[in-house]
Design a protein around this ligand. Structure first.
Ligand code: G3H
Length: 530
């Protein structure tokens, strides 16, 4: 199959490349004269296919990584730093300054999201807007948290003023599929709680941060946000080996999370905030509304080409309805439009990882060799930067596509007779993020729901799996996550309860009263932020 080529609208053409020639450390955008890495898009700008050069980023080394670490440690300054001791209202003001500037960069960031990772225009816009909303919601939640702690408690003759305090220095690593949103869902709560940070963008989806660097530089005190570019192994390894990191915040895969965790010499010091891989199943019961189930399974399996940790990565369909489901679902898959991200109605878009079509083809070939067939006509058609989603049936445990998190456009369908089969598979699986359950009889659904909530962390009833709305807890069992993220939970994950206690007597109470009256402490305060 030939990659279709349509003229690129003027607004979305790459008219100038982005050469990121600085990195942010200790409040400076430091010029970099050393090695650089070229960033290519798998989208072609010309009719004869060739990847498009988008720009370059620095390839920093161990020295620069440790320089960023030092800057973050200095800004935290053993808890004495300006940022961790700052009044909540002042930290919020810095965040508001940042988000005000961020909003002015929407068009630039959205365009780069499309080119760098191939996300559709509506989804790229949504990623940007959702991130801005996330920042505002975080600010509001933090204000509420602050109001809730603007008081003293008394128990057993001891007065206590309890708040949440920062943990220290955070190393933050985001994923390529949501390079803005998921990264900021770690970075923003980490920052607002008073931690200092070192942030390394993902390998893909990196240039889109360039328009935001100045805002980071001028919104926060020096050393609070440090941004480094280069290979994860080169930069993150010495940072972790130093033992000076207090929180590893990573959305990615468990292999890299475990490797970095193992580098830290003082594990009890290290908190983990991890969003990792998943293999969320869709379970379609015989009494399911098939129109609805097909619609939700399409979105669940193929939004952003299946490159979502929350994607439905295996469909279990009851044997009584599997034939009907397969033929209707396959026809709908073949009807999906493949195009560049800005093309109206494009639902399937180029895959940003050059090796991905071949990897997916490998999964398809392995499944076919072991007895599956491709149900849809276009399934497996390959172009320079894409492979059309294949609906594979019947899929068995022996196939790699059943075992691996494909993170791309291929849909394994397994038929089942006894509901114990998907339940056993889920219990055996290394993953435990979410499930989608399609059906209508409450006598069947209820006991199933009661079991499924103990195997995963979100049961989506007649709905595809997803992270949002961001106010809901986002987490997983087993290899799928560590800690919980939501607007509110993230603030908790990046902080710890810490308090001032004093025996309830006149002497102590007079001191506390004076501190409150004179407003000499940023921590002990009963002021309200409205
Ligand atoms: O990659 C995993 C994302 O958290 C999924 O988020 O369900 O909103 O697409 P989403």
């Amino acid at each position: 199959m030939k990659t279709p080529f349509l003229k690129i609208p003027q607004d979305y053409k790459i008219t100038s490349q982005v050469h990121q020639s600085t990195y942010l450390v200790n409040g400076d955008l430091k010029p970099w004269k050393g090695d650089v890495a070229e960033i290519y898009s798998t989208i072609s700008s010309t009719e004869a296919y060739q990847p498009t050069l988008l720009g370059t980023i620095p390839q920093l080394g161990e020295k620069e990584a440790l320089e960023a670490l030092d800057a973050a440690c200095k800004a935290y300054d053993k808890g004495k730093g300006l940022w961790p001791t700052m009044k909540v209202i002042d930290r919020i003001a810095c965040m508001e300054k940042f988000v005000d500037q961020m909003k002015t960069k929407r068009d630039e960031v959205v365009k780069l999201l499309m080119w760098e990772i191939g996300k559709t225009l509506p989804d790229s816009e949504k990623e940007f807007d959702r991130t801005v909303d996330y920042i505002y919601d975080t600010i509001e939640d933090y204000k509420q948290m602050d109001r809730d702690s603007a008081k003293f408690e008394k128990s057993g003759g001891v007065n206590a003023h309890i708040r949440r305090g920062p943990l220290g220095v955070v190393l933050c690593l985001g994923p390529y599929n949501y390079p803005l949103n998921e990264t900021f869902c770690l970075l923003i709560p980490a920052l607002i709680m008073g931690n200092t940070t070192i942030f390394k963008p993902a390998k893909l989806g990196v240039l889109l941060l360039s328009p935001l660097l100045e805002a980071f530089q001028n919104s926060f005190p020096i050393g609070v946000v440090n941004i480094v570019y280069g290979r994860g192994r080169v930069l993150a390894t010495p940072i972790m080996e130093s033992g000076k990191i207090d929180v590893l915040a990573l959305i990615g895969n468990s292999t890299s999370a475990n490797a970095l965790h193992n580098k830290h010499p003082k594990k009890n010091r290290l908190r983990l905030v991890l969003g990792l891989e998943a293999k969320n199943p869709g379970i379609i019961l015989p009494d399911a509304d098939l129109d609805l189930a097909i619609e939700e399974c399409l979105a669940g399996t193929l939004s952003f080409n299946g490159q979502r940790c929350t994607a439905l990565k295996v469909l279990y369909v009851h044997e009584a309805i599997v034939d009907e489901f397969n033929s209707r679902f396959s026809a709908r898959v073949d009807g999906m439009k493949l195009g560049n991200p800005w093309e109206l109605g494009a639902k399937l878009t180029p895959l940003p990882e050059p090796g991905k079509p071949a990897y997916i083809k490998g999964l398809i070939d392995d499944a076919i060799e072991k007895g599956a067939t491709i149900l849809n006509e276009k399934g497996g058609e390959i172009t320079d930067n894409y492979i059309f989603p294949a609906v594979l049936y019947p899929v068995t445990k022996e196939m790699n596509v059943f075992q691996e998190e494909q993170f791309g456009p291929v849909i394994p369908v397994v038929s089942f007779k006894d509901i114990e089969q998907p339940l056993d598979d889920m219990a055996e699986s290394n993953y435990g993020q979410q499930v989608s359950l399609f059906g209508s009889d409450i006598n069947t659904l209820s006991p199933l729901i009661d079991t499924l909530v103990n195997l995963v962390c979100r049961v989506n009833l007649n709905s595809s799996c997803q992270r949002g709305p961001d106010t809901y807890p986002f987490t997983g069992r087993k290899d799928s996550a560590f800690s919980t993220l939501s607007v509110h939970d993230a603030l908790r994950s990046f902080s710890i309860r810490t308090f001032v206690a004093s025996k309830d007597n006149d002497y102590n109470n007079a001191i506390l009263g004076q501190i409150l009256k004179e407003k000499t402490s940023n921590f002990i305060s009963t002021d309200y932020i409205l």
